[in-house]
Design a protein around this ligand. Structure first.
Ligand SMILES: Cc1ncc(COP(=O)(O)O)c(C=O)c1O
Length: 371
């Protein structure tokens, strides 16, 4: 009898999945190269981390970690509802916004249905779609003739919608490209999406778009009840490690997401940290201001060095590193700098770098020049 590894008993759509490739952890590089002074500019985290209020709230929450968290996330949802101008029953909390995206796929997709996303759209979308057995439909991105090259081609995405389509995923701005859709263009797209399709608008980097003409999708939910907006505490709020994100939607959609949500999907430490971080607007604004200023400064410097930089509305830049992008990535690692290769996005000549502190970015720029 031939031996079939038990993993092969998994369903076909899971066996054929390409797993998510995370950024290299600092500890891993320490083990590999024995370096001590390592900076990670690979996962679009906020280098300033949580503010003192969030840290204190999380420390206090540690003492209560023998208890299950509040599965309804009552306090955090109340605060979010006030901040966003929605009702608490429109909010679904997730173990990171990744969790909320997966809940949407679980609740709205199944084999025989389709979900549309853009060619260079965030890697979680095809994974979440395919895990349900639905068909992931990737739409080619905008070409080099567009000022938003590599960004979402909304007109082509609209054309990809058919009777089987149930969800369209749009990240605005998008990761890993940093590209964005202008408010008017996005509005026209959403208005034209037929009512049998949910528009999943992922605004993980929304806080970094201050001063740009990007729409706050939450304001559109009353007008477009098939719109679901995703936000996270992992980026501007500096809480990636405790995993808190959320979806804002019509209450009937939130009701469905809550049916598939694990009862205690957000930890008590995460709930406490997120609630406190939400109140500490000064800390968040300071981190965002640095990222926005550094986005302009680092882009300009890289451009002056002859590197092509994709326009970005996020806290990161996608750089054209050329045919030796892998070599450049490895040379940076040897200098203790972790950036993100994006070969898994079929962008083998690009690297993505997260904007760190001014000092970290200066170190990156010196290394980039040297590599
Ligand atoms: C566009 C986008 N959406 C969602 C996420 C998921 O973030 P989290 O699960 O930490 O909220 C990320 C993380 O990199 C992202 O880039």
């Amino acid at each position: 009898m031939s031996f079939t590894p038990p993993g092969q008993l998994a369903v076909e759509n899971v066996r054929s999945l390409s797993p998510y490739v995370p950024g290299k952890p600092i500890e891993e590089l320490q083990r590999e190269l024995g370096l001590s002074d390592i900076i990670k500019l690979a996962s679009n985290e906020n280098p300033f981390g949580p503010g003192p209020a969030a840290l204190e709230a999380m420390r206090r929450a540690l003492a209560e970690t023998w208890l299950y968290p509040d599965g309804s996330g009552h306090i955090l949802k109340q605060k979010l509802a006030v901040k966003l101008g929605v009702q608490p029953n429109q909010i679904t909390l997730g173990n990171g916004s990744n969790d909320a995206l997966v809940l949407l796929a679980e609740a709205f997709l199944k084999p025989g249905l389709e979900a549309v996303y853009s060619q260079y759209g965030f890697a979680v979308y095809p994974i979440a779609i395919q895990a349900t057995g639905a068909t992931a439909v990737a739409v080619p991105a905008l070409g080099a003739d567009s000022p938003m090259h590599l960004g979402h081609d909304l007109a082509a995405m609209a054309r990809a919608i058919n009777a089987r389509t149930r969800v369209v995923f749009i990240a605005n701005p998008n990761n890993p490209t940093g590209t964005w859709a202008a408010a008017g263009e996005l509005e026209a797209f959403i208005a034209a999406v037929p009512p049998h399709v949910i528009v999943a608008l992922d605004e993980a980097y929304y806080e970094y778009t201050v001063g740009m003409k990007l729409q706050n999708g939450v304001e559109w939910i009353a007008r477009f009840p098939n719109l679901v907006v995703f936000r996270t505490f992992s980026k501007a709020y500096g809480l990636a490690g405790v995993r808190v994100g959320y979806a804002v939607s019509d209450p009937t959609v939130a009701d469905m997401l809550n049916r598939v949500r694990q009862a205690f999907n957000v930890s008590s430490v995460g709930l406490a940290g997120a609630a406190a971080a939400l109140d500490d607007t000064t800390h968040v604004a300071a981190a965002v201001n640095v990222a926005i200023a550094e986005r302009a400064r680092v882009s300009a410097r890289l451009t002056a060095l002859g590197t092509k930089v994709v326009p970005s509305a996020g806290n990161f830049l996608l750089l054209h590193a050329g045919a030796n992008a892998r070599g450049k990535f490895e040379a940076l690692l040897r200098l203790g700098i972790i950036v993100r290769p994006v070969g898994n996005y079929q962008l083998p000549e690009h690297l993505r770098v997260t904007l760190g502190t001014v000092e970290q970015n200066d170190r990156f720029l010196r290394a980039w020049e040297a590599c």
